[in-house]
Design a protein around this ligand. Structure first.
Ligand code: UT7
Length: 321
């Protein structure tokens, strides 16, 4: 039996930091409100000209370095992003060109905040069936490019960053299961209303995120709660089996609700939202990389990864690290 196992992690945040106090000067908000309602303290913003693939390349090289692999040893790239550099070629291919690992499949998936979970699930299947041996899975975003900086309901949340993992084929179990879902009836709850086919229109403000925040919040909590139950049930495990929750970093209060559902103390939850806000597809691999590097997550630990975003789309994974 072949499994896929995480053999390396990496992440990267752009240099420029935007604090809650900086945002107080842009919109009618306060550091206290943002901390209290979201847990966010600061976020990172890409420099002018710095792209999603630029951020991804840093994260990918770090992940490969930690796996002890050369870039040309990668034979599969799955890239989650909602903020691609170009209409085409896709970000997976652009990254492949930078790394110089030619020939294997490279593609991106645009499932918003669950983009990394979708990419991870697809890459896992390819490794398990023997068609890929070393897969690079990336989540990278420059959400600052589609943020309306005059809208206080979204400007305080979204930001830029990248995370990556390398999956290797292994006889030992690594990724135990992945679970993907979508429900298109919620398309108007969280979206960016412009696009290539629909058109961008003269009103540039439409090229920005719209969100019914309180509704998204409620559905996220119930849906992720069910996703967590589904993931444990699929593996015949009780919630006590989980060592670490590595959640999508959108809002501290959503994360706390899922931790309660798992009966996990917050010390067993990887929390990075305070440092980078909601980086969409990048948030889970950024959190994972941080906890691996600071030594909290160790080989053999049982991890539950989950994410929820626009569409709605959502996904979870049970991982023996
Ligand atoms: O990653 C994809 C999934 N996305 C999410 O998970 C986001 C989910 N939603 C959220 O995180 C929360 O809904 C928000 C953080 C966006 C908003 O928090 P909330 O507790 O749901 O606030 P609300 O939208 O119900 O608004 C409460 C009040 C309103 O004022 P009134 O009507 O009570 O007078 C808002 O106008 O807070 C006001 N408000 C703000 N005040 C200061 C909304 N945004 C702000 C702000 N600063 N930035």
């Amino acid at each position: 039996m072949i499994y896929s196992r995480i053999v390396g992690t990496g992440s990267h945040l752009p240099e420029k930091v935007l604090t809650n106090f900086d945002l107080e000067k842009l919109v009618d908000t306060s550091d206290a409100w943002i901390r209290d309602r979201t847990g966010i303290e600061r976020r990172h913003i890409a420099a002018e000209g710095e792209t999603t693939v630029d951020l991804a390349e840093h994260a990918a090289r770090r992940a490969l370095e930690s796996a002890g692999l050369r870039p040309d040893e990668v034979d599969f790239i799955a890239f989650g992003t909602t903020t691609p550099d170009l209409v085409f070629p896709n970000c997976g291919v652009l990254l492949q060109g930078r790394l110089g690992c030619r020939g294997g499949p490279a593609f991106s998936v645009e499932t918003a905040c669950s983009g990394f979970m979708y990419a991870l699930s697809i890459a896992d299947k390819y490794v398990r069936c023997g068609e890929a041996k070393r897969a690079l899975v990336v989540g990278s975003e420059t959400l600052s490019r589609i943020t309306d900086w005059s809208d206080r309901s979204t400007a305080i949340l979204f930001a830029d960053g990248a995370g990556a993992v390398v999956l290797g084929a292994s006889e030992e179990p690594g990724i135990l299961s992945t679970h993907l879902h979508a429900d298109g009836q919620y398309k108007d709850m969280l979206y960016c209303g412009s696009g290539v086919s629909k058109g961008f229109g003269p009103d540039k403000v439409k090229l920005s995120i719209s969100m019914v925040g309180s509704e998204v919040f409620k559905v996220a909590v119930t849906t992720l709660g069910k996703a967590v139950d589904e993931t444990l049930a699929a593996n015949g495990l009780d919630r006590s089996a989980i060592d670490w929750l590595v959640p999508h970093q959108a809002n501290l209060r959503i994360i706390q609700a899922i931790a309660r559902r798992l009966d996990l103390p917050m010390e067993r939850v990887i929390l990075t939202v305070q440092d980078h806000g909601n980086t969409s597809a990048a948030s889970v691999p950024i959190a994972l990389d941080r906890a691996v590097r600071d030594g909290r997550i160790k080989r053999g630990d049982m991890l539950l990864l989950e994410a929820f975003g626009g569409g709605f789309t959502w996904g979870s994974a049970l991982v023996k690290y």
